[in-house]
Design a protein around this ligand. Sequence first.
Ligand SMILES: [Zn+2]
Length: 306
Amino acid sequence: MKLQAFHHCALCAGLAALDAGHEASVARSGRRLFTGALLAAGVGATLPALAQSRDGVDVGKQSSFSKLVPAEQVEAAASQQYAQMMQQARSQKALAPADHPQVVRLRYVAERLIPLSLRWNERAKQWKWEVNLIHSKQINAFCMPGGKIAFYSGILEQLKLNDDEVAQIMGHEIAHALREHARERMGKTAATRLGAGLLSSLLGLGSTGDTLLNMGGQLLTLRFSREDESESDLVGMDIAARAGYEPNAGVTLWQKMIAASKGAPPQFLSTHPAGETRIRDLRENMPRVMPLYQKAEKPSRRFDPA
Ligand SMILES: [Zn+2]
């Protein structure tokens, strides 16, 4: 089946982006510059401080750009697009039913991860989370703003993911939603198009609606930045560890991904390869998440790979 190429990250943009070697510190200093510009424009002043945990990973504050567009609108646009995609999949008989063993598995993992992810985003408590499996050869998975999760059967089958690896992917995708990376991208686009000063005055007048509506289509083609990818890796690993899933699965997952990318579809290969930097970053953060994993209640159910 053919579904529109989705924003993605772990599986296409991520491999390419992470190749260049990035450090969280570089990302953060870049964000400080942006934040400064926005504060000057009077936009950043009302940012709520994001509560951070003391244990686990530390990825700093969210980008101020995410605050330029209302979360409700981003989530509503995502919800609509997700519903359309699932409807499209259903009409092509590509939407796996609720009793499909891999759907049961994905929903079980999600039920463990979601309660432990809420600490990263207050709004997530009200999200109407959904988890679906789409029959498609694509190696892909995503979590749209508002907690709309989908896995493609290709990622489960071709990478022969075990439960720990499924939890790593899901945690990574959920982290994109929690950290509002899509909202951040849209905010950056809005700022570029309108200029931060004009945008802030528009926000004051509450008249950005049309602009945001026009940007909703971006959710389908989003590519996240290297720093967003790195952040999601760490936050995802943190969430999965607290849910009792082995953190080292993040490493084996990426090794499988790299292996798969060697005879892979064009978009996968296009720029390229090594997630070696990513693997190194994951390894470096192992000491932060291992204690969480060790004290976590382990999953009572284990499932066979697809
Ligand atoms: Zn990603």
